[in-house]
Design a protein around this ligand. Structure first.
Ligand code: 3PG
Length: 216
């Protein structure tokens, strides 16, 4: 197995530029899904902790698809973060931040990329020493204009906007200087996973990666 422990949050985001936000209900789907995304040029995989299959899926991808950089999304608590690290995830992404989550992140070996949607939340993340952040829910919380506004007071912050990102708007986000990647579920439709349409998922990944070239 390729050893990649110790990736920083910035390294995770820079391996984007598009990160699929994945819900896996059957752990048998994990490895072929990861392989389909890799075949389409996507390496960073966010498996959300929204199903009982999530942690096992992370473990399987970590051991069977060594080129993937698999981590978790929807990490809501310190316990979630510890479970992700134990399962072999390279990173943890949360929709928001809490004092408990930030305190646990200081003790864990994998980076936490917490979500923020306001200047005050962003400043709490900075106080915890975190400068790579998810902007969530991106479209609903002000979209591209909000990120442009954040750049003047907070030029040290790099974002991964997620929430409402689509094939139609993702390039606009990627063109911003404080955006390293975008996250979205459009890359991994639930019906295509359920029906094991792996080549269709590879095509969605290829389309997104090709469209992103030159935008950032
Ligand atoms: C997330 O789960 O992090 C986002 O809600 C994904 O948003 P999307 O489904 O709008 O891409």
């Amino acid at each position: 197995m390729t050893e990649k422990k110790g990736l920083s949050a910035l390294e995770v985001l820079k391996n984007g530029p598009v990160i699929p936000v994945i819900v896996i209900r059957n752990p048998d789907h994990a490895v072929p899904l990861a392989q389909a995304l890799l075949a389409g040029g996507i390496r960073v995989l966010e498996i959300t902790l929204r199903s009982d299959a999530a942690l096992e899926s992370i473990s399987r991808i970590r051991s069977e698809v060594p080129d993937a950089l698999v981590g978790a999304g929807t990490v809501l608590s310190g316990q979630d973060l510890q479970a992700v690290a134990k399962a072999g995830g390279y990173f943890a992404i949360s929709p928001g931040l809490t004092p408990n989550l930030l305190a646990t992140a200081r003790q864990e070996s994998i980076p936490l990329i917490p979500g923020v949607a306001s200047a005050s939340e962003l400043m709490l993340a900075l106080e915890a020493g975190l400068t790579e952040l998810k902007f969530f829910p991106a479209q609903a919380a002000g979209g591209v204009e909000m990120l442009k506004s954040f750049n003047s007071p907070f030029p040290q912050v790099t974002f991964c906007p997620t929430g409402g990102i689509t094939l139609q708007n993702y390039k606009e986000y990627l063109s911003l200087k404080n955006v390293a990647c975008v996250g979205g579920s459009w890359l991994v439709p639930a019906d295509k996973i359920e029906q094991r349409e792996w080549s269709a998922i590879t095509r969605l990944a290829q389309e997104a990666v090709a469209g992103a070239a030159g935008t950032f």
